[in-house]
Design a protein around this ligand. Structure first.
Ligand SMILES: NC(=O)c1ccc[n+]([C@@H]2O[C@H](COP(=O)([O-])OP(=O)(O)OC[C@H]3O[C@@H](n4cnc5c(N)ncnc54)[C@H](O)[C@@H]3O)[C@@H](O)[C@H]2O)c1
Length: 336
């Protein structure tokens, strides 16, 4: 499989490196509008051609796929061009800035029978997959609620708020874990460092069955946290991406149903704490491997364009709620 990467600033080089190292995959094009950036990478990929024009990639009949790591406002337009040219598309998160644009990309991929995957890389993280397996095999019991923490005193982006920059990760994980459409969201936040660009956002997602998800997204925080906690009726589980050896911790804790003996009191059960072994693999490598595997075998990716649409629908509705001081906003899934 031959692939080209577009956008070689901060994130694109990670995609180029991972695709280039995959067996059966060749990085044949590297593209960026900035010549100086291209020059930095020429030595690393002597077999690849370098260009400032995406058209060069699209006109190459031997190129199978294009990975897009350009700024978010360009994702949908470039994704449409790539698909129009008959190439499979790997698009950085979020897939688009509006749900309408995201749906246009998903529709075109389906019409053309092409693979279109969004880089919701946590969905393929072995730790998140372990949590998903614990939910799906009933180990946690009924899921009551879940919450994500993505905080840091970190890179402050001038053109993107904490919701759009950090939120796609946790929203994609929540939608994947719960496996139901979101029906209503709300969000509140504040802009301390730059007017109109929220540094901290607290969001809520309500799913169809009533499961609630909560998000704390911030780059103005003393804690560096990358965590998702799921509370079930039987067990509770934490995925903590800051940990190296205990990415997933399962707590055998929960309420005991009322008994005659204790009358009004609800007892709590506090049993073992269990740390399953999670394979250490670079999540981005797994994502790139998944994409090339889907292209080779004609499979639909876990994080396909429709999953990208669902994430953008939540982001868009949360933005509306943010602007309206936390007013709840219903999603289309509510009517279904
Ligand atoms: N999955 C993750 O964890 C993760 C992490 C960081 C960034 N990202 C995503 O990766 C993308 C890139 O992020 P970044 O920080 O590197 O962005 P950036 O703005 O620093 O760089 C974007 C690059 O794209 C180039 N570019 C823009 N339009 C182009 C075009 N039409 N043709 C060719 N090149 C073009 C620019 O010259 C620039 O070098 C963003 O979508 C971001 O959301 C994902």
């Amino acid at each position: 499989m031959r692939i080209g990467v577009v956008g070689m600033s901060y994130w694109g080089p990670n995609l180029a490196r991972n695709f280039d190292r995959l067996p059966g995959c060749r990085l044949t094009w590297v593209c960026d509008l900035d010549e100086a950036l291209l020059d930095r990478h020429r030595d690393a990929y002597p077999q690849a051609r370098f260009t400032t024009r995406l058209a060069d990639l699209l006109e190459d009949p031997d190129l199978d796929a294009v990975a897009i790591a350009t700024p978010v406002p360009t994702h949908a337009a470039l994704g449409l061009q790539v698909l129009e040219a008959g190439k499979h598309a790997f698009i950085e998160k979020p897939i688009a800035l509006t749900a309408e644009d995201a749906r246009r990309v998903a529709d075109l991929a389906e019409q053309r029978g092409l693979v279109c995957m969004v880089d919701h890389l946590l969905v393929l993280h072995p730790g998140v997959q372990r949590v998903k397996a614990l939910i799906d095999d009933g180990s946690l019991g009924q899921v009551y609620y879940l919450y994500g923490n993505r905080q840091n005193l970190g890179i402050v982006r001038p053109d993107e708020n904490a919701l759009w920059s950090l939120g796609p990760h946790d929203i994609s994980v929540m939608l994947h874990l719960v496996g139901e459409p979101a029906v209503e969201v709300s969000a509140t936040g504040a802009s301390y460092l730059q007017p109109g660009v929220e540094d901290v956002v607290f969001g809520r997602v309500t799913f169809r069955s009533g499961v609630i998800g909560h998000l704390h997204l911030s780059w103005l925080d003393p804690h560096k946290m990358r965590r998702m906690t799921v509370i079930g009726a039987e067990k509770m589980v934490v995925f903590d991406d800051m940990e190296t050896e205990r990415k997933v911790t399962v707590y055998d804790k929960g309420p005991i149903p009322r008994t005659e003996t204790y009358g009004e009191y609800i007892q709590v059960r506090s049993g073992d704490i269990w740390i399953p072994k999670i394979p250490a693999a670079e999540p981005l490598r797994l994502v790139c491997e998944h994409f090339t595997g889907c292209v080779a075998e004609g499979r639909t990716p876990v994080a396909d364009a429709r999953a990208g649409v669902a994430v953008v629908e939540v982001l868009e509705a949360m933005s509306e709620s943010l602007a309206a001081q936390g007013r709840p906003v219903a999603l289309a899934g509510a009517a279904a």
